[in-house]
Design a protein. Structure first.
Length: 320
């Protein structure tokens, strides 16, 4: 659905995106992670045909975003981090207006508008004026607007920005439903745990570069091979702690009195073997499960690894 090769965008001497290569398959929910100024929004605006790259190429559904911009726009729904609404329009009229912009008939505009309002849980607000809606409702209406022409790809730049916890949960549920419908979604967000739960894959950007991509588990494995297991026993915790410390596959053990956190240097086979050995040693286990990956920790580890590599490269150049 998305293919990017050697994408570069500069504003004078400031390089916003640097030699970006990225492929996102159809039906994927892909999350962009990175601090402000990392190049996420610039990349999205190029894909949305709002900016032209300095060099490099990008395609959406096989169409070049520069040379075939009109074809690209037919296939994308773009939602910026901030967007305006028109005064004195109701929620339904707002969607009908955008439907007309895509040359849908009046009857179709109304039908699609009602269906989208139902999708984003705003059907009861169909006759409410848009400018009187809450921030969360406006965000959901903005998502409905991006779906008016049934695009293949949704590009959502910080869609949950400024929303309260309840509104974020509602918005995330809608995005999950869209993902289940087969929509390809490119989304950026600073609310990292939500991306980890929502996305099939993530890309971490820093200073205009894509420094890591893949599933959360894959990226974690690249940075920190092995896995972490949480173990709870009915008794003999101290004995189990010492026993685990003497196992070859165990790299580290921590105890918080109720649970043992074990870092293993291996895959799921090693994990299964450890469980078998624990049972064979006579320990009574009430819980043995791989710890959930924390996407915020993954993000910080990726950034830390990138900084260390960059510093080493600078040191090497200085020495040479």
């Amino acid at each position: 659905m998305i293919q990017i090769k050697g994408l570069f965008k500069a504003y004078g001497k400031m390089e916003a995106v640097r030699n970006l290569d990225l492929t996102i398959e159809e039906g994927t929910v892909f999350g962009f992670i990175g601090p402000n100024g990392a190049g996420k929004s610039t990349t999205m605006q190029i894909l949305a045909t709002l900016l032209k790259p300095t060099s490099g190429q990008a395609w959406v559904a096989g169409f070049d975003v520069v040379k075939e911009a009109a074809e690209v726009r037919k296939r994308i729904g773009y939602m910026p981090d901030f967007f305006g609404v028109y005064d004195n329009l109701t929620a339904l009229e707002y969607l009908e207006f955008y439907g007309a912009c895509y040359r849908l008939s009046q009857e179709t505009c109304t039908q699609v508008g009602l269906e989208l309002l139902e999708l984003v849980n705003l059907l009861d607000k169909r006759d409410e004026q848009v400018d009187l809606l809450s921030r969360g409702m406006k965000q959901r209406l903005g998502l409905a607007r991006a779906l008016v022409h049934d695009p293949d790809l949704l590009i959502l730049d910080e869609p949950a920005s400024g929303l309260d916890p309840r509104a974020r949960i509602e918005f995330r549920a809608i995005l999950k439903e869209l993902g289940q419908m087969g929509k390809t979604i490119l989304i950026s967000s600073h609310i990292l745990p939500e991306l980890g739960d929502l996305c099939d894959a993530i890309g971490v950007m820093e200073q205009g570069k894509l420094i890591a991509q893949g599933s959360v588990a894959d990226i974690t494995a690249q940075i920190q091979p092995g896995r972490v297991v949480k173990i709870t026993l009915l008794n003999r915790m101290e004995e189990a702690l010492k026993w685990l410390e003497n196992q070859e596959e165990v790299e580290q053990v921590q105890s918080d009195k109720e649970t043992l956190t074990v870092r293993l240097g291996g895959d799921e086979i090693v994990q299964a073997q450890l469980l078998s050995k624990l049972v064979g040693a006579g320990f009574t286990i009430s819980q043995f499960a791989e710890a959930q990956v924390n996407i915020e920790d993954v993000f910080m580890n990726v950034i830390r690894s990138h900084v260390e590599v960059s510093e080493n490269e600078v040191d090497s150049e200085t020495i040479s």
